[in-house]
Ligand binder design. Structure first.
Ligand code: NAP
Length: 502
């Protein structure tokens, strides 16, 4: 399979440089050869996006909604090919691929119905009053798209946070053309999805340039896209380091632009004493499944577990360790992810007791691991709070509830925070809710943080550094508001107002 760059409605392969994707399970290259985008192809994609913007920003929500429905139909007709490529390039299994595709289709359909009428774009109006002193003008405010958006997807969600994931579809719904910087680990899957989006765009007479998909195996393509003055916003899903680098680049521009970066998170879980007494078995099982789901490669994986050391706590820890270390060794997304996982665990070795199963591992496979340390070590070594991407979680044993609260207060912003308790009185007495609430975007009561519902009430984004803009969400239809701005029309003749404001 030869993959070119989808620049508007063309497929371009003008460069000399190409790369292949890896099948991490087999540790063999896939028969997917990807051409990296040349400078000319990058410029052409940006110019097409800019010229498409004027027409696309005026296209009715109804027409865009038909376009979105066709994307979903085409995805359904090509499910088999999509699953095959997804599994070969990510090492994730077919069940996971199916769940993720369903979730991605639902997100697209949610936007299709949300924008079917343009009502969501109307904000407010003020009735004029010529008799007041001074006289009051008529004011009508509405929402308008920002302009061409660049989207960086994450490796761990080839469908849901990538080519036509939450960022791309919310930007397109808002009326912004999208240029995707395709993720090199799943560039074949990305290309097949891009082909589908473009087929649907052509069928629905969308202007050429509303969607392009460009490839590269290094950072230079992303940097060139961000630096270009015609780009007006960035959607990013990925690591904290990647997100921070992209925010810095956007701030260096003469015209800084918004970066909606959804980054990593350790997702603290607070296990209160009543759980240790009464439901340790249940929660050690639920947590171990959540920690190792898809090899722990979820931004919402529970990576930090806090509990108060008492006569019952060792029992839960022992059960958790047993459950986690008895899991099969797990295939990670790439060899660099796997070596990074091993490197990070090695760095923690001197500070934390690591529990894992001995044995030979295949290339790209990780050992599910539980680390254990006390709260003093945790508080003295800030790096222990950072995300470890892979099947690992750190149990922090606290002397008492006050030291547990100090640990939570020391955390940076997180996507989620979970509280496990068998007693509401205990929860209220500890005052944990108020402390945790300051740190997270989603609070979970007696559950696990993995599994993000794609609905309007979801909040996926927390205080920095889990997200760059904690006021927004990356999941659910509210994600659209990241890619619009308000314009107020003062005293305009209604006949010449945009249709949705009349
Ligand atoms: P990543 O390494 O940060 O890569 C994401 C994208 O950004 C890639 O296209 C990458 O390009 C690009 N990139 C990274 N650093 C860059 C830089 N300095 N300059 C220009 N481009 C740069 O992340 P990942 O490994 O794909 O994904 C795993 C991470 O994503 C985990 O930390 C996970 O928690 C997080 N994640 C967060 C969410 C969320 O919603 N908050 C969802 C899913 C995943 P190259 O590939 O060319 O390097």
């Amino acid at each position: 399979m030869i993959v070119g760059n989808r620049v508007g409605y063309q497929i371009l392969k003008g460069g000399n440089s190409s790369f292949q994707t890896l099948n991490p399970r087999l540790n063999e290259f896939n028969d997917v050869h990807i051409y990296e985008a040349t400078d000319d192809e990058i410029i052409l994609a940006i110019e097409l996006a800019e010229s498409a913007f004027y027409e696309y920003s005026k296209i009715s929500g109804f027409k865009k909604s038909l376009f979105f429905q066709d994307i979903v139909q085409l995805m359904e007709s090509q499910e088999r090919e999509l699953y095959e490529l997804y599994c070969c390039e990510s090492g994730l299994d077919q069940d996971r691929a199916k769940v993720e595709l369903t979730r991605t289709k639902n997100q697209i359909l949610n936007f299709a119905s949300f924008i079917a009428s343009d009502e969501w774009r109307f904000c407010s109006s003020e009735i004029p009053d010529k008799n007041s002193v001074p006289s009051k003008p008529e004011l009508i405010k509405g929402l308008f798209p920002l302009g061409p958006v660049v989207v960086f997807g994450a490796s761990n969600f080839p469908f849901a946070y990538s080519t036509i994931g939450g960022d791309s579809i919310s930007a397109l719904a808002a009326g912004c053309p999208v240029i995707v910087k395709s993720h090199p680990l799943h560039a074949g899957t990305g290309d097949l999805i891009a082909k589908i989006v473009i087929q649907a765009a052509i069928k629905n007479d969308m202007p050429e340039g509303i969607f392009s998909n460009l490839n590269s195996n290094d950072y230079s393509l992303g940097e060139k896209l961000i630096e270009n003055p015609k780009i007006k916003a960035i959607g990013f899903t990925g690591s904290i380091n990647g997100g921070k680098a992209i925010m810095r680049l956007s701030q260096k521009r003469e015209e800084p632009i918004p970066v909606f970066a959804e980054m990593g998170s350790s997702n603290p879980v607070i296990i209160l004493p009543s759980v240790l007494r009464d439901s340790a078995g249940l929660w050690s099982m639920n947590l171990s499944n959540s920690i190792t789901n898809s090899a722990g490669q979820f931004c919402t994986k529970p990576g930090l577990l806090f509990l108060v050391k008492d006569e019952y706590s060792t029992e839960l820890i022992d059960m958790l360790v047993n459950n986690v270390v008895s899991k099969d060794f797990q295939c990670m997304l790439s060899s660099s992810m796997c070596s990074n996982y091993n490197k990070i665990l090695k760095e923690r070795e001197g500070f934390v007791k690591l529990n894992y199963r001995q044995g030979d591992v295949k290339p790209n496979y990780a050992k599910p691991t539980i680390g254990i340390c006390n709260s003093s070590v945790f508080l003295e070594n800030e790096f222990l709070a950072e995300e470890v991407f892979g099947p690992f979680s750190l149990v922090v044993e606290c002397e008492n509830i006050d030291s547990l609260k100090r640990c939570i207060s020391s955390l940076k912003g997180q996507l989620t925070g979970t509280i496990l308790t068998d007693s509401n009185e205990e929860l209220i007495e500890t005052g944990i809710i108020e402390i945790l609430q300051l740190k997270v975007g989603r609070m979970i009561y007696n559950g696990v943080p993995t599994g993000v519902e794609v609905v309007e009430s979801m909040q996926h984004g927390g205080p920095y550094p889990s997200s760059s803009e904690s006021q927004t969400t990356a999941v659910g239809i509210d994600a659209i508001y990241r890619f619009v701005r308000s314009i107020c029309f003062q005293n305009f003749d209604h006949k010449i107002l945009p249709e949705f404001l009349k």
